[in-house]
Design a protein around this ligand. Structure first.
Ligand SMILES: Nc1ncnc2c1ncn2[C@@H]1O[C@H](COP(=O)(O)OP(=O)(O)O)[C@@H](O)[C@H]1O
Ligand SMILES: [Mg+2]
Length: 246
């Protein structure tokens, strides 16, 4: 059974078609990479999946429920977690407080399933190697550390589906491998992940399947090996560097 199913999602903004009939199914427990050149609509698709943008047509179904018109906060309650890039970190609060405040903000039912929040906070910081900085202000972290904290905080929030938009952008190689470990841990817990990334070796290492977008459409999908070896991918990226600041 698929956890997430999107059918013919189309988004037109100011006469400009940004998503064109995008359809795919994601099974529970899958880790799926979403790749494609800059401006191909990947982030926009995440905005539609998390409810920040309404599609012009098409449907989003999560656990057999149509959520196409459901608000972002309701979707979060249903178990869809979006990691924002350094967004939602309170710089004046300590790392510990930052994690705790996010956990305490969860709906009561989800919170109860998480057990002791203090312990979970400690475990979360440990997961990203920041447990010794628990009492430090988040503002003192480097950009990469802050991003790891944001990822860890979302990953421990009891969600079922995680939408990660370029989690390794601007992150050191060591931290990139920590992000890969975090995703591996999620997979072991049976969670489902869609990850936008430009780093193909990284994607190949962690993903079960890769979906490739170009100008708002899905142009290719398959195992990382199939996608990497496809002539179409090479044509798509010909001359383009796999880096993106967005
Ligand atoms: N709110 C918006 N209004 C108009 N155009 C937008 C908006 N958001 C994104 N776009 C356009 O949609 C296209 C896809 O952007 P985006 O989803 O950010 O691509 P990607 O994440 O794949 O780099 C781009 O051409 C971008 O300029
Ligand atoms: Mg983007």
């Amino acid at each position: 059974m698929s956890l997430l199913s999107i059918k013919h999602l189309t988004l037109t903004l100011e006469d400009h078609t940004i998503l064109q009939s995008v359809s795919f199914d994601i099974a529970e427990g899958e880790v799926v990479g979403l790749i494609g050149p800059n401006g191909s609509g990947k982030t926009t698709l995440f905005n539609v999946l998390s409810g920040f943008l309404q599609p012009t047509s098409g449907t989003v179904t999560f656990r057999n429920t149509d959520i196409t018109r459901t608000s972002p906060s309701k979707r979060a309650q249903l178990g869809i977690g979006r990691v924002f890039q350094n967004f939602g970190i309170f710089r004046e609060m300590t790392l510990e407080e930052n994690v705790l405040v996010a956990l305490e903000a969860l709906p009561r039912e989800q919170r109860k399933q998480l057990g002791d929040l203090k312990k979970l906070t400690h475990d979360t910081l440990k997961m990203v190697g920041l447990e010794h900085s628990a009492k430090k202000k988040a503002g003192s972290l480097s950009g990469g550390q802050m991003r790891l904290l944001e990822i860890a905080r979302t990953l421990k929030s009891g969600k079922e589906l995680f939408l990660l938009d370029e989690p390794t952008a601007g992150v050191s190689p060591k931290m990139t491998s920590q992000v890969a470990d975090l995703i591996g841990e999620l997979k072991r817990e049976g969670k489902t992940v869609i990850i936008i990334e430009h780093d193909l070796p990284f994607i190949s290492r962690i993903c079960d399947r890769v979906i490739v977008m170009d100008v708002g459409k899905i142009v290719l999908s398959g195992t990382p090996k199939e996608v990497k070896e496809s002539k179409q991918l090479q044509e798509l990226y010909f001359g383009e560097v796999f880096v993106d600041a967005h």
